[in-house]
Write a new protein. Structure first.
Length: 416
């Protein structure tokens, strides 16, 4: 039985999610421990800031052992986490994994980061030796579904945050960003998201300005940039092609005069400026300057609203794709049920053939007629192979088991 057990941003607050997170350092050990449970045949663990999920192939349908294991791994009581957990089995588990990989179960609809995190979880389980035939195949299937959804729908193409919308606008102005320098002012979540999006789009250079240099450095280092203090902005302003500002300042950070000076030093090379602060970080008069493209948070709101609507529409298409692909995977699972039976049938038939072939060869070596030996071999092989099914069919007929008789006709392709 395939099973998903976990919690996410919808079912548990951050303080609970933090308690149940698995650190990368102990993940291998945890996977080994999980896979050693009596009911667990295969296992993988996905652990991010917004979710912790255990994926298993179980020999039984009991999840109590898993819940007990999860609680004990984090030195918690089962009762303290049980209400935050959800579980999905078989078809629902297959569907859930696909929805997660496609970003349909994420805090930001359609986000792409989760797919990379799932691939990491797959690799870690592979390295720990806890993946097998079914779970390994399910992960591969999930990645193929996510790729199809990204290719066939617009789930990830529309901006759904002001940070993403701003970076998209910058791309419209400059095209590729690999030769551009971005100056980010502030160190909050919006600036951190902006840095992430800029890095994903290949920004050439990143400068982060903040009153606390340590916070600015933590963001800048992610994009191979560097940090400066707010007071040093005028010195670096002429270098910036893109400026994104989001602070809690009650007074503007950038005025018309300092931007005019920067434009002159840049020889009127355009500057894209995005003011995401309330109240404004950039004086409105800056927008009247030539060679300046200034947008505020209200300008971006319509873009974000349109993006959300587009993603919701794409999400419906994605759900339809997932439903079809879940059916395909179920068909594969059902086919595996016949594999063992087919193997056993072939093994038994080959054993019979080998025994009779040896007997026939011995008869030939003893001088018996080749024609007679071949006839005897064919008769013996037919009788041996048909003896067991013939006996079973006779018994079925005597017991009135018409289902087995009908199945035999279909199995052996017999005509009435």
């Amino acid at each position: 039985m395939l099973l998903t057990l976990g919690l996410n941003h919808n079912t548990a607050p951050i303080e609970i999610r933090e308690k149940l997170a698995f650190s990368p350092e102990r993940l291998n050990q945890s996977l080994q421990s999980l896979n050693s449970l009596a009911s667990v045949e295969e296992a993988a663990i996905l652990s991010t800031c917004n979710r912790t999920e255990i994926y298993c192939d179980l020999a039984s349908q009991h999840t109590d052992e898993l819940i007990n294991w999860l609680a004990s791994q984090h030195q918690l009581c089962e009762s303290s986490i049980q209400n935050y957990l959800y579980s999905h089995s078989d078809m629902q588990s297959i569907k859930h994994m696909s929805r997660v990989a496609c970003g349909l179960d994420s805090m930001v609809l359609g986000e792409t980061q989760i797919l990379g995190q799932m691939k990491t979880a797959y690799q870690q389980a592979g390295q720990a030796g806890t993946l097998g035939k079914y779970l390994g195949r399910l992960f591969q299937h999930t990645f193929q579904v996510a790729k199809k959804v990204r290719t066939d729908t617009a789930i990830g193409s529309s901006p759904v945050s002001v940070a993403f919308a701003g970076v998209k606008l910058a791309q419209q102005i400059f095209g590729e960003l690999k030769n551009q320098t971005a100056l980010l002012i502030g160190a909050g979540e919006t600036i951190e998201l902006s840095a992430q999006h800029l890095k994903e789009q290949g920004i050439g250079r990143l400068i982060v300005a903040n009153r606390t240099l340590e916070k600015a450095h933590a963001i800048a280092i992610q994009g191979n940039g560097y940090a400066i203090e707010i007071k040093d902005i005028p010195e670096h302003l002429p270098e910036a092609d893109i400026i994104i500002s989001s602070t809690a300042s009650q007074l503007p950070i950038l005025g018309k005069g300092s931007v005019e000076t920067a434009i002159l030093k840049r020889k009127h090379k355009p500057i894209f400026m995005m003011d995401l602060a309330v109240p404004h970080d950039i004086e409105k008069e800056v927008g009247s300057l030539s060679d300046v493209y200034l947008y505020c948070i209200d300008d971006l709101k319509n873009i974000v609203d349109d993006g959300l609507q587009s993603r919701r529409k794409a999400a419906k298409q994605a759900e339809e794709i997932i439903d079809i692909q879940v059916t395909h995977f179920q068909t594969w699972i059902r086919a595996q049920g016949a594999s063992k039976t087919i193997y056993q049938l072939r093994q038994k038939s080959e054993q019979t053939r080998e025994e009779l072939l040896i007997k026939a060869i011995n008869s030939l070596n003893n001088g018996h007629s080749a024609e007679r030996v071949l006839q005897r071999l064919a008769n013996d092989l037919t009788n041996k192979l048909l003896h067991a099914p013939s006996s079973s069919l006779k018994q079925a007929a005597s017991e009135g088991n018409h289902d087995l008789l009908s199945a035999a006709q279909q199995l052996f392709n017999l005509k009435d």
